[in-house]
Write a protein that binds this ligand. Structure first.
Ligand SMILES: C[S@@+](CC[C@H](N)C(=O)[O-])C[C@H]1O[C@@H](n2cnc3c(N)ncnc32)[C@H](O)[C@@H]1O
Length: 393
């Protein structure tokens, strides 16, 4: 008779890991554990899997070559993040000429212009469509809410005239296996939740399984920056339950002081006039109970969100100075605050640089989410069993 083996007091994190892994490998619990024991018998290193960092050991190693396109590319925050997990960019689109200049310097190509003029059939095949699209209201005047979200009005009617529509129309023609979209967190509450409902319905109508999560980049860079990440998997390929999970944020947060330049130019110090104005403005708002105006940053903490309007007065992220007016970030510090490293030249004016960094996505967050996406791609390849890339260049 086979001997029974009973294991008591299995730590919760190990149980959780077992559940995730067996789901990923599509095995029953007993089958999975037996496999694991068999492997451990043959290879002592496998026993590390039971240590507390088990999950990370296994999860961080996967990288897979895949192709992607970079829509509403800005300065390529998506591109930097996706390249780090094996992505190869096939096409980019961005109409702002200053952003194009930076993109050209960093990646050696000038993105195509207005997305509204791009013929979807001319876009190369790709495994992943990436886009940080501008958030716009949908104009569905004259159509009742119920009707507008019903089947009788497809995504074309509902999203026509918006920039999101152009993502949907490219997806309809090219059928990228995966999409990674990003937007401000307010997308979810915009127009009483209707904007998000329309977007989600459009993606589902195109037969994608949709995951979304608000992620604060503060775990990766010293800045509070909440953005919604929307990950879509083609249902026809991955089925209805792709085993996707958003990444766990890393534990060690960076402090703001670590990104500061040692000798910033004095031009970044606020003039008496501007500093006076910001303080009076803040006082007036505080009196009305409207919260704070400017943000004097704690150098041992993290900053507020860098916005595209930072160039105006720098008020949301001010650096305190001993015995003087505070200063704004330098463009290089703004780059670092977003996690863009110093090897990337800044080739535009200060104003344009602040705009570009304030508009960008944090590449490290894209990388972390991308790593999770790659695992699902790997899972799919394993299921397919032919070892081929999903879409070849
Ligand atoms: C939120 S930003 C995306 C930033 C990007 N994720 C990055 O990391 O830099 C949106 C971008 O869409 C671009 N955009 C807006 N309308 C466009 C259009 N019709 N065609 C192409 N790009 C457009 C804007 O110029 C802006 O750079």
């Amino acid at each position: 008779m086979a001997k029974q083996l009973l294991i008591r007091d299995v730590p919760d994190e190990v149980k959780e890991w077992i559940e995730q892994e067996r789901h990923r490998k599509m095995l029953g619990q007993k089958e999975f554990l037996l496999d694991l024991l068999r492997e451990a018998k043959g290879d002592r290193a496998q026993q590390d899997l039971f240590k507390s960092n088990a999950r990370n050991t296994l999860m961080t190693t996967i990288s897979l070559p895949f192709t992607f396109i970079d829509l509403f590319a800005g300065i390529g925050g998506f591109r930097l993040g996706l390249q780090r997990v094996g992505g190869h960019c096939m096409f980019s689109c961005e109409w702002d000429k200053h952003a194009q200049k930076t993109y050209h310097r960093w990646f050696g190509e000038v993105p195509a212009g207005d997305i509204r003029e791009i013929d979807a059939n001319s876009v190369p095949d790709h495994d992943l469509l990436a886009a940080g699209f501008p958030c716009q209201p949908f104009s569905i005047a004259g159509v009742s809410k119920k009707k507008s979200l019903g089947r009788e009005h497809g995504f074309k009617d509902q999203t026509q005239g918006t920039l999101f529509f152009h993502i949907a129309r490219i997806a309809e023609v090219k059928r990228p296996p995966v999409m990674m979209l990003e937007n401000v967190k307010n997308l979810l509450s915009h127009d009483k939740g209707r904007t998000w409902l329309v977007i989600r319905s459009a993606l589902e109508e195109l037969e994608y399984v949709v995951f979304h999560k608000i992620i604060d980049a503060a775990a990766w860079v010293p800045q509070h920056r909440e953005r919604v990440f929307i990950i879509c998997f083609d249902k026809r390929l991955f089925g209805a339950n792709p085993p996707f999970e958003f990444p766990e944020p890393p534990k060690a947060a960076q402090r703001l002081r670590t990104i500061l330049e040692s000798k910033p130019d004095s031009k970044f110090v606020l003039s008496d006039h501007l500093w006076d104005y910001l303080q009076k403005y803040a006082e007036a708002h505080k009196a009305k109970g409207n919260g704070f105006g400017y943000g004097l940053t704690n150098l041992d903490g993290i900053s507020r969100t860098l916005s595209a309007r930072y160039y105006k007065d720098g008020s949301e992220v001010l650096i305190p100075r001993n015995g003087g007016n505070p200063r704004r970030l330098t463009p290089r510090e703004a780059a670092r605050l977003m996690g863009f490293d110093d090897s990337l030249d800044i080739v535009v004016s200060d104003t344009q640089a602040y705009r570009q960094f304030g508009n960008a996505v944090v590449p490290k967050v894209v990388e972390a989410v991308g790593r999770q996406v790659v695992k699902v791609m790997a899972w799919q390849l394993q299921r397919q069993g032919n070892g081929c890339l999903l879409k070849r260049p």
